[in-house]
Design a protein around this ligand. Sequence first.
Ligand code: HEC
Length: 356
Amino acid sequence: MRLACWVCLLFPFTAAAQVQYNGANMNRPDNYREWIWLSSGFGMSYSAENANPQFDNVFVNPESYHAFLTTGTWPDKTVLVLEVRSSKQKESINQHGYFQGDSARVEVHVKDAERFPEKKWAFFVFGESAKSAAPAAANASCFTCHEKSGAVDSTFVQFYPILRNVAMQTPPKKLCEFPGFADPKLAEVTQATTAYYGCSAQTACLSSNLPKGEPVLVYTSEGDWTCGYHSDRNGAAPVWVRSQDIRSVAVETSPRLDAWAGTWGDGENHIEIQPSKSAGKLDLVGDAVWHGLGDNVHLGHFEGTTAPTGNHLHVSDDGCTVDLTLLGKYLVTDDNSGCGGINVHFAGLWRRAGKR
Ligand code: HEC
């Protein structure tokens, strides 16, 4: 016990001590070469500044490296250093290839939510002999490129061996932003995998298993992960799934009329679709129920007769509108929240009744 406390006193575990600030400026970090080396790039060009191929070496403070290995993301107070060096050749015994020359500049990418509340991250560029540097402006190209193309939390983990494999195993630490059912694209699970939902920077994701063949409506992807929507008898949620475990499914965009026919959904929530007496049209009847606390039950209902346009149907019934898209074996619906009591919805991914 006593020894442990002595250690604390001698090496205070304050990650903030990785770098020192002087007002708004950061002092050039001096011991980063004793940190963890992530990778080196050679001739990776993203600024037109220098036509000669340069080496870059990426370092991170050890505490953040170890945190990344277990969580797949960067904790607050992470400091990443990009050291850019010239390349040299044909010196000493060297005949072919390149070796690293003298340091050209040091760039720092630091996560500090307290100091940089807006973006959480800041960038600093230290010229060859600069002892201190001001933070890059919020509209600097550093932010644009890193936020758009960096695989994990605006960092280029896709180029760092070891870490990119760790990142592949852990879904993004944020909610999969679900844009609704307006333009659904269908994919299916190609090998049993895990769906992660409710992820955020503060809380770990919840997960459920997705068997092979399960449908997922897909939206965007980030790094190795796809943000999609899945529903089954256990529930429905926007989820993260590994992109390599799903593949997109082509669907008939002008299905025959009888491809729509049947009962979609489960016992309480269902949509009945039948060919209508008027040629080329379909009769639809939908019923939905929402159970709140106690005896609180809300009901929803719509009906209508309409002709499909391609694989879309639009039903309008006394202030309630429902849009349906037939995606092969699945029906995707969206409504205007006007089809019944509060919380009753005809929105989701439906299967034929009895075929769950
Ligand atoms: C056009 C894209 C682009 C722009 C603009 C850009 N970077 Fe980067 N940055 C990269 C890439 C790619 C890497 C990965 C380098 C490697 O793999 O060796 C990287 C890596 C870094 C790293 C290492 C840590 C990390 O975040 O992955 C730092 C630090 C860094 N850049 C700082 C800056 C600064 C400062 C600016 C603005 C002056 C900037 N970058 C602008 C593409 C960009």
